[in-house]
Design a protein around this ligand. Sequence first.
Ligand code: SF4
Length: 395
Amino acid sequence: MDVFAALKPRRKTRVVNVGGMGIGGDDPIRVQTMTNTDTLDTVATVAQIKACVQAGTELIRLTTPTPKHAQALGSIREMLLADGIFVPLIADIHFLPAAAFEALKWADKIRLNPGNLLDGKIFRVLEFNDASYAKEIERIEENLLPFIEAVKKSGKALRIGCNHGSLSDRILSRFGDTSFGMVESTMEYLRIFKKHEFNDIVVALKASDPLIMIESNRLLIDTMDKEGMDYPIHLGVTEAGNGEEGRAKSTLGIGTLLLEGIGDTIRVSLTEDPVKEIPTCYGILQATHRRITRTEFISCPSCGRTLFDIEPVTNIIKERMGHLKGLRVAVMGCIVNGLGEMADADYGYVGGAHGQVSLYRKKELVKRNVPEKEAVDELINLIKSDGLWIEEKEV
Ligand code: SF4
């Protein structure tokens, strides 16, 4: 079966240009992360950005709480450029409008959090009727107007990013702690920017619980579609944790939506060095078939029928062939279920009699009973003879 034919089409979005990098449309789903250094410590921040770029990040977000932090982005960019590194910089603004204005000079994209920027959160319960609530929206629009004018002139992009944990007292009082509240908090801003003809926006709704994150994004898409908005979506499970737990939650939240065709850029948020987030991002994109960047491996869990040590061989094959983007390679313990299970693979390494391996091209048996010690090299020779081998440095 052609898995790509079974894949739900990606939701159509506009392309938002972030420092020369497109997010949305038919552009690849972008991988991003965020530094965890003090942005004012430009040396440490540049070192971390370099490591993240080396690992494959395509955009990087930096915490920018004050105008001074925003200015530091200018120095950071200069230092990166001096070393030949260009990566779009995203300023993460929460509370201070002055920081947002300053960031327009130095960043490629500005992230605004509607829950924090023009509203407060001290867990007050506020009373609204429809008229008084409408007045609040007018207040927000009035306060946003100078920034909307400035961002239009700057040519920079925005991310409107709402987090479940930072809904304002106003939103909580009106809509409760709900997915609908998260969506409305975001939509209020989107409607204002759209009304004033600024549309270079990427939207993000994040929660630490993947189920809330999934539900709120589905509702957001539904609402945006009804209101004629095609903004690209940034996906992430925020505060996902670390280790297996953080990766499992992120994979569930991000992967589910990607399979539904939702998502134009992703971040896996881990309580770890940001460099470690990036392989998981690419792993999720590969597993959902949304962005293929390496060899696809199929390997069986092995059982009593396996007559060779499958785990180390699988690791060796992954190490030597992991760079063959788009190729599918199967490592199977035996032929009993093996051939059927690996039917989609381009090449198969299948256990035979004790210490012997058979090699397949698609379903065709090409070499029978190759001694195990020679079998990995023989498989590489087979791929080479088919003209599909690429040296790793060429990739
Ligand atoms: S392919 Fe063969 S060795 Fe692997 S799990 Fe299935 S039956 Fe066992």
